[in-house]
Design a protein around this ligand. Structure first.
Ligand code: SAH
Ligand code: MG
Length: 206
C-alpha cells in the first residue's frame, strides 16, 4: 500500500529507509486505536513525519523524545557528524531547530509532542498507555537497555514495539538494538510480527 506524505521526505535528513518509514506509518495508524505513539530518537524528524502523518489520519498523537544533542556517532569528528546541526554558541549538537522546522513545514505540529529530554528523564513520571513505541535512540548497550526498560512496559497488550538498526550479523552493525530485540522476545511478553529491512517489529502479547 503506498502512502501519502505531506512533504518530500527525501529532503529530510535522517537515517530511515523508505520501506521502514512506510512500515512505521502503517503501524502508527493501527496502533493509535490502542494508545499514543512514542518514538525515542527523532533527529530531524524523518521517522516522526512517517508516524505523525498516520496519526493525523486517525486522530492519534506521537510523543517525539530526543535531547537533540546527537548520539555518539553524531559528535564532532565522528562518522555521522553534520556541521549544519552544530550549535557553535553552545558548542553542542542541536537538531531541534531543524526538527521543529521540518514538522512545521509538513504541517504536522498538531500531531507531534516534542519531548526535548533524554529518554530516561522523559520516562520518569510517564504514565500514559502506549500503542506504539519506536526505539531509534543511542546505540550503546546502556542507552538501548535504558530505552527498552523505560518504555516497553508502557505498551498495552496488542501494541507494538519497533526497534531500528537490527543487525543479526555483527559485521553489519552494532549489536545493542539487536540485544534489546532479543531481550524483548526472551521476556515472553512480545512476539515477532516481521522484519522490514533493519526494523524489527514486535507485538506485545501479555
Ligand atoms: N529516527 C531518526 C534518527 C534518529 S538518530 C530518523 O528517522 O532519521 C538518533 C537520535 O537519538 C539522535 O537525534 C540523538 O540525539 C537521539 N538520542 C541518543 N541518545 C538519546 C537519549 N538517551 N535520549 C534521547 N535521545 C537520544
Ligand atoms: Mg536508526
Amino acid at each position: 500500500m503506498s502512502i501519502k506524505l505531506p512533504i518530500d521526505i527525501r529532503a529530510i535528513k535522517g537515517f530511515l529507509a523508505s520501506s521502514e518509514g512506510a512500515a512505521l506509518h502503517h503501524l502508527a495508524a493501527e496502533a493509535s486505536a490502542l494508545g499514543a505513539c512514542l518514538e525515542v530518537g527523532s533527529y530531524c524528524g524523518k521517522s516522526t513525519i512517517y508516524i505523525a502523518s498516520a496519526c493525523k489520519l486517525v486522530d492519534g498523537i506521537v510523543f517525539a523524545v530526543d535531547h537533540h544533542r546527537g548520539s555518539e556517532e553524531h559528535q564532532p569528528g565522528e562518522e555521522y557528524h553534520d556541521p549544519e546541526l552544530f550549535d557553535e554558541h553552545a558548542r553542542l549538537m542541536d537538531s531541534f531547530r531543524t526538527f521543529r522546522r521540518n514538522i512545521r513545514t509538513a504541517q504536522l505540529e498538531d500531531w507531534v509532542v516534542p519531548l526535548v529530554a533524554s529518554s530516561a528523564i522523559a520516562a520518569r513520571h510517564w504514565n500514559t498507555p502506549l500503542g506504539l513505541v519506536f526505539i531509534d535512540g543511542g546505540h550503546s548497550l546502556e542507552a538501548a537497555m535504558t530505552d527498552y526498560r523505560c518504555w516497553a512496559r508502557h505498551i498495552v497488550p496488542g501494541g507494538y514495539l519497533a526497534i531500528h538498526d537490527i543487525f543479526p550479523d555483527p559485521a553489519d552493525g552494532g549489536q545493542a538494538p539487536y540485544d534489546i530485540y532479543k531481550l524483548a522476545l526472551a521476556s515472553g511478553q512480545f512476539e515477532l510480527v516481521e522484519m522490514v529491512d533493519t526494523l524489527g517489529i514486535l507485538r506485545r502479547i501479555c
